[in-house]
Design a binder for this molecule. Structure first.
Ligand SMILES: [Cu+2]
Length: 198
């Protein structure tokens, strides 16, 4: 690589970092403001999916409960199990208050993540976590509503993995987006934050 190319690369990286920082600031600001930006306010919405026990779950079933939502897939090697573990720790810290809230793990890989697969996978985590799946169109619609990107990526050795957005969303008891939910803090601080919305 020439010095010029390297410099261009550094400039591009700095630009992208700035862009990400800006977006983060927008999301954070509108999380606390009473007049959220239209775009951010429209995160979330109605859905009809199926949980790990084969029961139909609609967004309206969650009214009255703040909830966390994140998207992933059971074959995920790293980010998803880490997130599920961290969310499980938050629910454990909530103690009896955990019954007033929920966490939804929505698969972006409905082809492989059927209800029995989700049930088996979630047995490793806190029981307040629900795994949701559905037909590919229903999953695509809910991902779009949450502005989640996901894409199938073929593997060299055959099969595939999934690229996906790894944001955990905090939704209030009316199903409205509050802010991204920060898990990179103490479990107690995260639990206290969630408790405020009960
Ligand atoms: Cu993942």
């Amino acid at each position: 690589m020439t010095a010029r190319n390297l410099r261009l690369l550094v400039i591009a990286a700095a630009f992208l970092a700035g862009l990400v920082a800006c977006l983060g600031a927008i999301v954070t600001l509108s999380g606390t403001s009473s007049s959220p930006m239209q775009q951010v306010a429209s995160i979330g919405g109605s859905f009809t999916l199926v949980d790990q026990d084969g029961r139909t779950v609609r967004d309206t079933d969650l009214r009255g409960h703040p909830f966390l939502v994140f998207f992933g897939f059971t074959n995920c090697p790293d980010v998803c199990p880490t997130t599920l573990f961290e969310v499980s720790e938050v629910f454990r810290a909530l103690g009896p208050d955990a019954v007033g809230t929920r966490a939804l793990f929505i698969t972006v890989d409905p082809e492989r993540d059927t209800p029995p697969v989700l049930k088996d996978y979630l047995s490793n985590f806190d029981p307040h976590l629900s795994g949701l799946t559905g037909d590919p169109a229903a999953v695509a619609a809910v991902a779009k509503a949450y502005r989640v990107y996901y894409k199938k990526v073929p593997l060299d050795q055959g099969g595939y993995t999934m690229d996906h957005t790894a944001v955990v969303y905090l939704m209030d008891k009316n199903g409205r987006f509050v802010s991204p939910f920060n898990l990179k803090r103490t479990t107690e601080a995260a639990a206290a934050d969630l408790r405020r919305y009960l």
